[in-house]
Design a protein around this ligand. Structure first.
Ligand code: SF4
Length: 207
């Protein structure tokens, strides 16, 4: 018999930790709601799955109880893509990455925005080729914007701030996203937006 249950797509991952990992408990709770559906592994350390719309809040609560984090799918700031923090949580700024993710993931924007974080200049989190990239260098943070990972015109982002403290980093990233939310055209990708307004104008808005 045809299943007419209304479904909603959500994004799920295991949160920011030492690598993008899932436990057996987390896999089991995901499997419980898969039925005959498939789960989609995205390039951005998220899994997409569809769940019944009328049970959304209860299912998300159950996922969160198992340590999963849930995010909306569509034109929102994605959860922070990170490196594996191989040199240790404190040394590589995991608390800063978690706080940044808590502040920005899920904010509505004109087009899906991908932020990335890496704990040292080796750059395993690929901050240079994402919309907003954070690189920890010694005890401070460098910020890149406007990277483009797809297409034949893929480019590295531009370094716009160096030696930021965590608080300075949060404030600058908040301002960039706010500006994009307010002045970005509908479905205008972030790198196009940055090129349209120009780095000079962007910088003026950040002061
Ligand atoms: S970016 Fe640095 S800290 Fe992060 S996984 Fe790579 S080498 Fe390790």
């Amino acid at each position: 018999m045809e299943d007419n249950t209304k479904k909603v797509k959500i994004a799920v991952n295991g949160g920011i930790n030492f690598g993008s990992k899932l436990s057996a408990k987390q896999l089991l709770v995901l499997a419980k709601y898969l039925g005959d559906e498939e789960i989609e592994l995205t390039t951005f350390q998220q899994l997409y799955l569809e769940i019944p719309a009328d049970q959304k809040q209860d299912i998300i609560a159950e996922f969160e109880e198992a340590g999963l984090q849930c995010y909306p799918v569509g034109n929102f700031v994605k959860s922070l893509r990170t490196c594996n923090f191989c040199k240790g949580a404190e040394a590589e700024g995991m608390p800063v990455a978690i706080e940044l993710n808590n502040r920005i993931a899920g904010i509505p924007v004109p087009f899906t925005l991908k932020p990335a974080y890496t704990g040292c200049p080796i750059g395993c989190g690929e901050p240079m080729v994402n919309d907003i990239g954070v690189m920890k260098v010694k005890d401070t943070y460098n910020l890149y914007v406007g990277g483009k990972t797809k297409g034949q015109d893929a480019v590295a982002g531009k370094l716009i701030r160096e030696n930021l403290t965590p608080e300075q980093l949060y404030i600058v990233v908040d301002k960039i996203i706010q500006l994009y939310s307010e002045q970005g055209k509908k479905r205008e990708p972030f790198h196009k937006f940055v090129n349209r307004i120009g780095y000079e104008t962007l910088n003026e808005h950040l002061y």
